[in-house]
Design a protein around this ligand. Structure first.
Ligand code: MN
Ligand code: MG
Length: 696
C-alpha cells in the first residue's frame, strides 16, 4: 500500500486515486498535512469503526480563505510599502485562533490563489519557477496546513502547463504532452479539487473533482462525555464557467466547462456512495438568482439547491458574507439570510479577498443511525476581519514572512528596475470624475502597439482609425490604498504594474460607431442615475467595477456622459476629429483579451470582433512604450480628457470616495470641480468623501 510521494502525486493527478476513501491511507503517509485541530485518521481498512452512540453531537468549523491572489504579506509591491489591511500573514493569526477555539477544524481555500501580486507574476512570468520548486503561495499554504482547496478563474491566467506544474498535476488536454510523459512537479501538500473543468478529448475533469477527507472528531455523547469519532467529509470544487471566455487563449480546444448544478448532481451522489457523510462545496463564484444556465458566472445560488450540499464556501465576488449590513445585491436575494449566513438554508460564507477576512462556518453535526448529519438550524457562519474594532489590525504570523523571504526580496528587486521618468503624479483617485493621469499612457501604449501591428501585418485595416480603451483598474474598492499612484520622478517596473494591474494580453477589435457607443454606454454603468432636483447627497459611483469603466483618452475623440439619464442613454456628442460619429463608421479599438472575449458582458464583444489576439502582455507593451518615451510628460501623456460629464446643476451634493486630503492633486491634474466633504467616511477603509460639481 505504500507508494512514493512522486508516484502518488502522479496517480492523484490522473485521478487514479481520485476521491476514493484511499485518502485515509494517504493521510497516514503524512502526505496530507495533519491539521492542528483534528487528527488525520490512520488507515481504517482493517480497523472496525468505533461505536458512536446515537445523539452524539460535534461542531465542525470550516475555515475559509478565498481570493488570496498571492497576497501573502501585508505588503503592496506597487507602492513598495507595507499595507496592514491585507495579507495571509495576518489571516494566519485568525486561523491559529480558530484552531484553538474549535476542537474540529478544516482549513479550505476557495481559489484565485496563484495570481494577483507582483510576486505571483515574478514567479510565473519574469523568472518562472522550475518543476522542483514549490510556488510561493503553496509553500505558505503548506505551512498553514490547509486541508484542501479549489481552483478559481485566475488560476488559468498563466496557462494550463504552468497550472499543471505548480499544482503538481498532469492534465490530459490536447495541447499538452501525454499525461504519462508530464513531469511530477512540486505542488501543494494538500488536495486541490475541481469538478467542472474537463479535458476536451478525455471528457474527464482535469483535476480530481472531489476528495473525501477522513478525520477524527472530538464529539459529545448524549450523557455529556467527550469522545472521538470518525467522520468522512466530501469536499468538491467549482470554478466560473466564464473562464472559457476570459482565458480563451489558453483554454480554447483544450478544456470545456460544465454547469455547477450538472457537476454537483453527478458527483455529490458519487461522494455519498463512497461514504462521504458531509458534503462541503467550495465554489469560486457568488450568488445570482437570474435563470439558471450552465455557463453562468455566479452559480452558487443554484448549487445550494442541489440535494446533499451541506455547506458552501463561496468567493470570486470579493465580498463579505454573512454581513447583516450588506447592501450587495447578491446577499439580498430571496432565500439568502445575510445575518445568519445561509443560502436556501445551506450554511455559507464568503471571506472577502486578499486575506482580509477568514470565513468560519460552525457546522452542527448529529450522529444518527450510523452517520453524521448537519443540523442546519444549529449551524452558524461568520466572516472574521483581520481589522480590529478599533481599526488596528491583528498581528502577523512571523513564520509566513520567514518562509517567503527569498521570493519577496527577489520580487522587490525586480519591480525596482527603472524604465523612465514622469513629470507628473499619475493616479486614479479622481479617474471617476475625469482624471486620466494614470490611464492615457496605457491607451497610448496599446494604440501604438496595435497601429504598428496593423501597418506591418494587416494591410486590409490600414486607414481605419485606431483607438484604445483602458480603465481605472484600481479605484478604491479595497479602500484608500487601492488606487494607482505613481509619484513624479523615476518610473520603475512596479509603477508600470501599478498602471496596468492584470496579466492581460493585448487584443484589437474592429467595431462600428454604434458598437463603440454601446461599449461606452456599458462602461457608464459606473455611475448612478443622478436626480438634479434631489437636495440630499447622491453617490455618483455605483457598484459597477472600476475595471469595467473603459474610457478613450485621445485628442481626436470626445464624448459626454450624462449621469441624469438612465443606463444606455448617457453617451452624448460622440465625436471623432470634431465630427459626429455615424453608426456605421469603422474603428479599430485596442483593448485586452478579457474585454475582447466577453469579459464584463459588453454588447457584441464576444470574441467575434477580434482582428488581432496578441500574445504580448499588456503590461510588457506598456513597459516597452515607457522605455521608448523615456520622459513621460503631463502635457503629452496624461491630460487628454476625451470625456466629460454633461453639465447639470444639482440641488444637492454629488459625492464620491477617494483617499483623503488630495484636493491639491486634483487641481494639479486639472480636476477643478471637486472638494472634500469628509476626511473619513467612517468605514475604516481610509476613504474620504468628496463632492463633484457637475455644473463646472
Ligand atoms: Mn478573485
Ligand atoms: Mg475570481
Amino acid at each position: 500500500m505504500r507508494v512514493t510521494s512522486k508516484a502518488k502525486k502522479r496517480l492523484r493527478a490522473r485521478g487514479a486515486i481520485g476521491g476514493l476513501g484511499g485518502l485515509g491511507a494517504l493521510g497516514a503517509l503524512g502526505v496530507i498535512g495533519i491539521t492542528a485541530g483534528m487528527t488525520a485518521c490512520s488507515s481504517s481498512v482493517d480497523t472496525p469503526a468505533p461505536q458512536v452512540a446515537n445523539g452524539t453531537t460535534a461542531t465542525l468549523a470550516l475555515l475559509e480563505t478565498t481570493d488570496i491572489h498571492t497576497n501573502l504579506l501585508s505588503y503592496d509591491y506597487y507602492k513598495l510599502a507595507e499595507d496592514k489591511s491585507l495579507g495571509l500573514e495576518r489571516t494566519a493569526t485568525l486561523i491559529a485562533a480558530a484552531r484553538k477555539e474549535f476542537p474540529n477544524t478544516l482549513l479550505l481555500d476557495d481559489g484565485d490563489t496563484i495570481q494577483g501580486t507582483a510576486l505571483a507574476d515574478y514567479q510565473a512570468q519574469v523568472a518562472p519557477i522550475d518543476c522542483k520548486t514549490t510556488l510561493g503561495v503553496y509553500k505558505v499554504m503548506n505551512l498553514l496546513k490547509y486541508d484542501a482547496g479549489t481552483i478559481g478563474n485566475h488560476e488559468f491566467n498563466y496557462g494550463l502547463p504552468f497550472l499543471a506544474q505548480v499544482t503538481g498535476s498532469a492534465f490530459d488536454v490536447p495541447n499538452m504532452s501525454p499525461v504519462a510523459s508530464q513531469p511530477a512537479c512540486a505542488g501543494p501538500n494538500f488536495p486541490l479539487v475541481l469538478s467542472n473543468v474537463l479535458g476536451a478529448k478525455s471528457q474527464q475533469p482535469i483535476f480530481k473533482p472531489y476528495t473525501i477527507l477522513e478525520r477524527t472528531l472530538s464529539a459529545t455523547t448524549p450523557d455529556g462525555k467527550t469522545v472521538t469519532a470518525p467522520v468522512k467529509i466530501g469536499v468538491i470544487g467549482f470554478t466560473p464557467p466564464a473562464i472559457m471566455a476570459w482565458d480563451k487563449r489558453w483554454l480554447d480546444g483544450n478544456v470545456y466547462t460544465q454547469g455547477l448544478v450538472e457537476s454537483a448532481s453527478k458527483y455529490v451522489p458519487e461522494m455519498k456512495a463512497k461514504g462521504a457523510q458531509i458534503i462541503v462545496a467550495m465554489s469560486h463564484g457568488g450568488l445570482d438568482n437570474s435563470a439558471y444556465s450552465p455557463s453562468m458566472e455566479n452559480g452558487s445560488y443554484y448549487l445550494s439547491k442541489v440535494p446533499g450540499v451541506d455547506a458552501m464556501l463561496i468567493g470570486h465576488s470579493h465580498q463579505v458574507f454573512p454581513d447583516k449590513n450588506s447592501t450587495v445585491t447578491q446577499f439580498n436575494l430571496p432565500g439568502v439570510d445575510k445575518v445568519k449566513g445561509t443560502v436556501n438554508g445551506v450554511p455559507t460564507v464568503m471571506a472577502n479577498f486578499w486575506g482580509k477576512h477568514l470565513g468560519v462556518i460552525k457546522l452542527a453535526l448529529n450522529y444518527t443511525n450510523g452517520t453524521w448529519t448537519v443540523d442546519r438550524n444549529a449551524s452558524t457562519a461568520e466572516a472574521r476581519s483581520i481589522q480590529n474594532a478599533d481599526n488596528s489590525y491583528v498581528a502577523v504570523d512571523p513564520a509566513i514572512s520567514q518562509a517567503i523571504a527569498a521570493e519577496h526580496a527577489a520580487t522587490i528587486n525586480y519591480v525596482k528596475t527603472p524604465i523612465g521618468t514622469t513629470d507628473f503624479r499619475m493616479t486614479t483617485y479622481f479617474a471617476d470624475v475625469g482624471d486620466v493621469s494614470a490611464i492615457e499612457i496605457v491607451n497610448q501604449a496599446q494604440a501604438a502597439y496595435v497601429q504598428d501591428y496593423i501597418n506591418a501585418n494587416l494591410p486590409q485595416y490600414a486607414g481605419i482609425p485606431v483607438l484604445s480603451v483602458s480603465a481605472p483598474f484600481k479605484s478604491g474598492f479595497g479602500g484608500g490604498n487601492d488606487f494607482t499612484d505613481v509619484a513624479q520622478g523615476n518610473v520603475a517596473i512596479n509603477n508600470a504594474a501599478d498602471l496596468y494591474l492584470y496579466p492581460n494580453t493585448i487584443y484589437a477589435v474592429k467595431v462600428t460607431g454604434a458598437d463603440l457607443k454601446a461599449w461606452l454606454e456599458t462602461a457608464a454603468k459606473r455611475f448612478n442615475k443622478i436626480d438634479p432636483a434631489n437636495t440630499a447627497a447622491q453617490a455618483l459611483v455605483s457598484t459597477y467595477p472600476g475595471y469595467n469603466f473603459d474610457m478613450v483618452t485621445s485628442k481626436d475623440f470626445s464624448y459626454e456622459i450624462d449621469v441624469t439619464q438612465a443606463v444606455g442613454s448617457r453617451i452624448r456628442n460622440l465625436k471623432y476629429q470634431g465630427a459626429a460619429i455615424s453608426d456605421t463608421q469603422s474603428f479599430i479599438v485596442a483593448t485586452n483579451n478579457y474585454r475582447a472575449s466577453g469579459g464584463g458582458n459588453f454588447p457584441g464583444l464576444d470574441g467575434s470582433k477580434t482582428i488581432y489576439a496578441s500574445p504580448d502582455a499588456s503590461r510588457d507593451v506598456l513597459i516597452a512604450y515607457i522605455k521608448k518615451v523615456q520622459a513621460i510628460k503631463a502635457a503629452s501623456n496624461g491630460s487628454d480628457r476625451s470625456w466629460r460629464f454633461t453639465k447639470v446643476a444639482t440641488a444637492g451634493p454629488v459625492t464620491f470616495k477617494a483617499a483623503p486630503n488630495l484636493g491639491a492633486l486634483a487641481q494639479a491634474n486639472g480636476i477643478t470641480n471637486v472638494s472634500q466633504l469628509q476626511a473619513d467616511d467612517g468605514t475604516g477603509k481610509g476613504l474620504a468623501v468628496y463632492a463633484v460639481n457637475l455644473n463646472q
